[in-house]
Design a protein around this ligand. Sequence first.
Ligand code: SAH
Length: 470
Amino acid sequence: MNKNEEFEVIITDMSDEGAGIGKYAGFTWFVKDAVIGDKVLAGVTKQKKNYGFARLIKVLEPSKDRIEAACPIARQCGGCQLQALSYEGQLRFKENKVLNNLRRLGGFDLEKMQEAGFEILPILGMNEPYYYRNKAQFPVGRNRDGKAIAGFYAGRTHNIIPCTDCMLGCKENKIILETILDHMNRNNIVPYDEIKGTGVLRHVLIRKGRTSKKLMVCLVINTDKYPKLSELTELLLSLKFEDGSSIASISCSVNKEKTNVIMGAKIRNVYGPGYIEDSISCLEDKKLSFRISPLSFYQVNPVQMERLYKTALDFAELSGTENVWDLYCGIGTISLFLAQKAKKVYGVEIIPQAIENAKDNAERNSMDNTEFFVGKAEEVLPEWYKKNPDEKIDVIVVDPPRKGCDEACLKTMAEMSPEKIVYVSCDSATLARDLKFLCANGYELKKVRACDMFPQTVHVECIALLQRVK
Ligand code: SAH
């Protein structure tokens, strides 16, 4: 078909990027901005051998799940791919995505497994699927008039769409960003230019502790010194927020590399102790409190994080006598959840600052049955196992980044043969691949549950329980 040629198509699925998928003339078409259940008029933008891309020209018959996007820039911005889909529609889409990946990439016959006791628990959705993120990283650039702007990249580009009050983020973002932008414009502080590699401010990272109401601001800069930093610090510290929040940590991260990686490797503390705190409620309303540094990973959706961790703890079925490993442990959140009900918990994580947080968090929550290691899970675990072949491990929890586990890590896990493996994943494709490996090496998939950590986007968190085959 030729470019711009129009055709009618019924959308039956959605891609990982959130495009509607439909079949027409023997081709699979990816139609941007169409949602499952729509009948649309589409215009060809690009055709490949077996598939093509098209744009939405007109919705001919809207899907029963189609709604008006709540955010005015939802279509331009790359962040929310699913805003035009009702929340129920989003949850159904995500649950199907997880199950289909398990079938297609994991080779699991889920229906047959269900007959033998395998459980698919319903997806955990949110009551209020907006303003849930505790962290945002805004790129900074300039508009046509040369003024500093902050916002989000338009889908698949690095063009910044100005937006300081994203509907997924916390409400304080807007005031903080506008204070920084205004200070830049008044003092001629030049935003970073990605192409030339010049300018000063690249990104602003803002994090909020939900329960502590403490905010962290980290300026990612392309120079060693940020101009008029003490003046900006004073301005930020004088800000008043509606819910009584206050800024507790200001820092700079120097990043002079020409890279898409946002944060530089080192943090320079400007104000405060270098971290903020947050707490998570867990067993019997007990709260665990955590310190979080700018470079440490921390789940972005605190409401769903609690439910995710509770599910992990449920799946692990600890009685107090178990030895447990928490692989990819970050600041030790899951580790401390588990440590309340286990004999001993070991954690490993690649970012040294996160392990510093983890040790500190364990101490402050009086969890002296924990031990943390800095390093790659795929190196630390095999080395530990070699040195401690007789220490029986009962449960291993893994929560890797999107690319999933390294095979060396999976192999060692299987060799250590814990009774249970609880796999927490933010990418159901790599989850399916890794579960396939573990099920070919002595494990059986018992339970799976999706958890909507990222409403309005195509991403979905998922948790799976594996049991050692007797
Ligand atoms: N379980 C934690 C963190 C999960 S995110 C939580 O719920 O907060 C995944 C973590 O894996 C990140 O902290 C990341 O820094 C870490 N990581 C990435 N690659 C790793 C590797 N090869 N070995 C160990 N940790 C790794």
